[in-house]
Design a protein around this ligand. Sequence first.
Ligand code: ZN
Length: 475
Amino acid sequence: MNPAKVCTRLSLCLLVVCLTANFTTAQRRSSPPRNRSITGIVREIDARNIERTIRQLVSFGTRNTLSEQNDPKRGIGAARDWLYAEFMKAAEASGGRMTVEKQSYEQAKAERVPQPTIVTNVVATLKGTQPESTARMYVVSGHYDSMCNTPVDAKCDAPGANDDASGTAAVLEMARVMAKYQFDATIVFMAVAGEEQSLLGSTHFAELAKQQNWNVDAMFTNDIVGNTLGGNGVRDRSNVRVFSEGVPSNETPQEATTRRSVGGENDSPSRQLARFIKEVGDSYVAQFKVMLVYRRDRYGRGGDHIPFLERGYPAVRFTEVNEEFRHQHQNVRVENGVQFGDLPEFVDFAYVANVARVNAASLAMLASAPSRPKGVTILSARLSNDTELRWDANKEPDLAGYEIVWRDTTAAVWTNSQAVGKVTSFTMKGMSKDNFFFGVRAIDNDGNRSPVTYPRPQARQRPAAAPTTTSTPNP
Ligand SMILES: [Zn+2]
């Protein structure tokens, strides 16, 4: 029974009870409580550190994956060692929870690798503190390798200030700030190499994750996140694109059949992740917005999230809104008075800091919230105008309950939500699964929300009397 209603009916009820009841009702309707750690992290991220990192990475002359590995001043080896030392410094604030490693392998000769080459990712892992969540892992990366106009030129100057010292600097700054905070789940801060050689470092990590059965619950790549004046003349300092795929890269033929039957091409786990990032980023980073782009990457192009997608891990790409191609993959030169090359003077460091803030806020929320619900299904056994949802119980001890979210089928993002308590099934009365998309998310005692899980139809119950009719959909 609603206590507020009781109060209106019973004139004798105490004023204090009414006030309490009204407060509770109002609280239920208001937006989620602010996570103080996230506001702290967002405040502490500093554009000056990002600028310093980008200038330092540029100072190594080139960071081409095929460049010098043992020269302390020039080449990818110098950049690798410098990054390793910086992540080690960041780890000091973690009280032993952050470990740093150089994750290396020998890449055999390949199209963009003329001879066998050592590829090294610098990986800083901040271990989660909740036993039920520590195996759940969130990966954020930038690529520290660079190129000029060809990926196999190891000698030319390739400053790579925007592509992708910007993403690398964002990740390092996140590690520095977040190392002293505690999270339930584990966060991996990573600078990868070999991106320009066909996503080598990220593929190595994603494959390792798959073979070792790591629970990578989400991955973000930050690539080209620092230029705010596009080649189209448009200046945009207030938005960042987040690319997410619709149909999963690893979808099986059986899953495709199900999707064609019930919908879901706009509801992959990566798309839920992108919507989650927009919700968190827009609410924690002032005067800065996530621009959702509903495709895997820019037109016909790729990035370090793709090896993760191909192995079934939800992943998205962050990139500035308007690119300037005179400053990407170009030899540094002046032509007809126009400066070509990926130089630091074309990077907007304050903008990179805002991109880092959106990443960090989202990672902090992911790693603080319960896991997104598993085993979420919609019962489709009988025709009904109600929508009956079921899911598995979460394991986290601080779980408060769940929310059902929904939207019109033509809406781009979730528009409605309803708290349903600590249950594992719920029926939306009078709301037809034909007319809305539904999802379920988990909430902890502090109000931290997981990304949404989009349900699968629960296999049709076969009536024993008529087994032959069961493979035909209800018309
Ligand atoms: Zn790049």
